[in-house]
Design a protein around this ligand. Structure first.
Ligand SMILES: *Cc1c(COP(=O)(O)O)cnc(C)c1O
Ligand SMILES: [Zn+2]
Length: 427
């Protein structure tokens, strides 16, 4: 442990009481530590339940129009002056009756459109919380290993805060995601390898003296990063009038987002802020066929994840060795849900179906989730008569190549009435 990592973590008003091992339950003080010294299990933030229980709907509703309205339920950022943030959140929850009809749902269907964040993916939520915690702990440089969207967000947050950044990505990312990271002016290191290779290198770098002052949002400050995902659960409940939906369908890379939406729902019920639906909520997970280790483990009725070498167009979800996989399986089993995966053609169809029925253009991750929603309805795993929320976590302009060969002008004409007539536009 470095001296920076031992610095006090949060202001006195944070409801976080420490870090707890998800595997063995060992507890640690709040610090930049992500693995248990006893069993090497992953750590997550534990809260002072009495502090959480004091939070009221009125307090949240009077807060800012972004994730910081939930600051009293987060481990960092209670003092606005310490925030490192593009102020993401409060993205639209869109009613999607045409999509529901197209896939055979009879109950209300909603799209939580998190492409409408400052860098156009849900990663702004986790980065704002992680980097705020990192700043509170005294780190001087921001970093991450990324499948694309995290890189965009870390580089942008660092630029806004005036803090240097160094971001690590696989060299074969979509050009849009590389440019959208590089434009913010930080250091950008492309690595000839997979995301899992990038992540392993970052785990080694973080132990070196040269990186002692560097916060890797998804390595040494990962427990804080992960908590930012809870806001995607809080928000949906608040936007439904403090009601938790019966079913949610969530894309999975590491599997963390899925576990934290479930955690958010549990917290809201425990502290009396939201009502659970009759019979409880059910969580569903979506992966791509090119990277489906969590879904395959669930289907094989095990929680031992066998890592894969990812392929396919859903690059933002391409984590072959997903750290939160077993916990995602636990949440899905406990709530009576299921996981499935979609191949590249189904993902493209999912992107187009969502666009054509709701006016929302998703990146490949959103196409994956819509495609899996469709499969879950067809297989009878998801109840078409129960209210459902499907999460779109990223923006279609980031992965234009996915559908570029499939859509284009329906007509190309001369600029004249004659041209219009010849194309059949005038009957
Ligand atoms: C990172 C990411 C996810 C999933 O994140 P995990 O928490 O690692 O499962 C989903 N969608 C998009 C677009 C992402 O960038
Ligand atoms: Zn442990």
């Amino acid at each position: 442990m470095t001296s920076v990592a031992n610095a006090p973590a949060a202001t006195s008003t944070s409801p976080a009481r420490g870090l707890i091992c998800r595997a063995c339950g060992a507890e640690y003080p709040l610090a930049a530590q992500h693995a248990c010294y006893e069993c090497f299990g992953p750590l997550e933030v534990a809260y002072d339940e009495a502090a959480l229980a004091r939070v009221t709907r009125a307090q949240i509703e009077a807060g800012p129009q972004n994730i910081w309205r939930y600051a009293a339920l987060l481990p960092a950022g209670q003092d606005p002056a310490t925030r490192v943030s593009l102020d993401p959140g409060l993205t639209p929850l869109i009613s999607a009756p045409a999509l529901a009809a197209a896939i055979g749902l009879t109950a209300p269907l909603w799209v939580k459109d998190d492409s409408q964040n400052p860098t156009h993916s849900f990663k702004d939520r986790v980065v704002s919380v992680a980097l705020t915690a990192a700043k509170e702990m005294g780190f001087k440089r921001f970093s991450c290993a990324s499948t694309g969207n995290l890189a965009n967000s870390v580089a942008a947050h660092a630029a806004r805060a005036g803090v240097p950044s160094i971001v690590f990505i696989p060299a074969d990312l979509e050009p849009g995601k590389i440019i959208q990271t590089a434009v913010y002016g930080g250091e950008l290191v492309a690595i000839e390898g997979s995301y899992d290779d990038v992540n392993r290198l970052c785990s080694e770098l973080v132990e070196t003296d040269e990186f002692e002052d560097t916060a890797f949002v998804n390595v040494n400050v990962r427990p804080f990063y992960a908590e930012g995902s809870k806001t995607l659960g809080y928000e949906v409940a608040e936007q439904l009038g403090w009601r938790i939906p019966a079913q949610v369908v969530i894309p999975m890379a590491s599997g963390e987002l899925l576990t934290k939406v479930d955690k958010a729902f549990s917290e809201l019920v425990e502290i009396g802020l939201a009502e659970a639906p009759e019979g409880g909520w059910t969580v569903f997970g979506a992966q791509s066929e090119g990277c489906n280790p969590i879904a395959v483990a669930l289907h094989a009725d095990t929680d031992v994840i066998t890592p894969v070498k990812p392929t396919g167009i859903a690059k933002s979800l391409n984590i072959g060795d997903p750290s939160a996989g077993p916990y995602a399986i636990e949440a899905v089993r406990r709530t009576g849900g299921w996981m499935d995966y979609a191949n590249d053609d189904e993902i493209r169809d999912g992107i187009r179906l969502l666009a054509e029925t709701t006016g929302v253009f998703a990146e490949t991750a959103g196409g994956t989730t819509v495609a899996v929603l469709k499969k879950l309805v067809a297989s009878g795993r998801l109840d078409p008569a129960k209210e459902t929320v499907v999460y779109n976590t990223g923006e279609g302009l980031k992965t234009l190549d996915a559908v570029a060969g499939q859509v284009g002008p329906t007509h190309t004409i001369k600029p004249s009435l004659r041209g219009a007539r010849e194309a059949g536009l005038l009957g």
